[in-house]
Write a protein that binds this ligand. Sequence first.
Ligand SMILES: Nc1nc2c(ncn2[C@@H]2O[C@H](COP(=O)(O)OP(=O)(O)OP(=O)(O)O)[C@@H](O)[C@H]2O)c(=O)[nH]1
Ligand SMILES: [Zn+2]
Length: 359
Amino acid sequence: MPWREMKQKDKKKTKRWTGKIKNVHLPDIEILDEIKEKAEFKASRISTKANQSYKEGLKLVQGRIMEIKSNYRYIVEINGELVTAKMSGRLKQFLYQSHTIAAVGDFVAVDVANNSDKRIEKILPRRSALIRYGKGSFQKEIILAANIDQVIITSSWRKPRFKAGLIDRYLCIVAIQNLKPIIVINKIDLLEDEQELKEQTAYYEAMGYPLICTSVVNGTGMQELKELLKNKDSVFTGHSGTGKTSLINYLEPSLNLPTAEVSDRNEKGKHTTSQSILIPWSFGGHLLDTPGIKTITLHREDKEHIPKVFPGFERLYSKCKFSDCRHINEDGCAVLEAMEEGIIPYERYDSYQYLYASL
Ligand SMILES: Nc1nc2c(ncn2[C@@H]2O[C@H](COP(=O)(O)OP(=O)(O)OP(=O)(O)O)[C@@H](O)[C@H]2O)c(=O)[nH]1
Ligand SMILES: [Zn+2]
């Protein structure tokens, strides 16, 4: 019945909404606490579910993935022993996020309760990752290895001839991957002109890069290289024929990897598997052997990083007037100034321009 037609006494009975709240019933504080607790419990339960297995009686031990045998079969080092472990079904659900759930080098928690069926139950946070991107417009991330410390950029003085421009390129790749570089100039037994070597290496040494000249023919620099590899996980990269395999064989003769002379096979024949493997050095640390290292190159998407990571520029670019300075013709460019002052040699700047334009 409309309000206007109502009798006065009825109007009194059914009070019109005045906009004021009266007598709101508040639940006891204890009840609220209980509801809150339940919600908290639910939230923690969800995160526990994501982190742990439902399984009862887990016996988790820490290990490290040394090799991936097949999709879900891994060789894991646990307390110095190599065991085979499978990926827990619970972790497989995360496969859609990345091409590989676990990578060689990953530290993992393995359930060893059932000796004949060991399961990787957790992948511990990565310190670093060596990543390459799949081809095509949809670029899926492929993790070649995790928790690697350093990249040995291998070049040779002669055969093939040393090219500083290549070192620049590799240094950029390593910087973008957030890894530490070590420059090796191998075949130094072929050196004739000491002065020329000094001219070629002075810049990198001044910029603080570790640089070693080596020879597997007369042993130059090999002890020094060993010291840098000790207790670290390293991967060798560099052009074909610079002597990567020879260096590794010199350091660890028992590996006896086939070098260019021994195997006249083509590139493909050398690595029959496409998987990465971590090989322990007898003197501590590991060697990462991965055919994928050759596929890590600079892409167009890396172009924007080059002005910041090019060797020696990383300490200059923040002084440029523009934060997105390309160091080409901008006003107040610290790199161009440094070149005019002779701090950056013209050859290096030239190499930068060439590299930048090539992407
Ligand atoms: N003179 C001299 N020759 C070397 C030295 N190290 C390697 N070589 C030679 O260089 C050639 C190539 O050596 P490898 O070790 O196969 O080179 P690599 O970098 O592993 O080559 P890829 O497997 O093609 O990438 C071989 O003929 C070696 O004997 C060195 O220190 N001095
Ligand atoms: Zn600049």
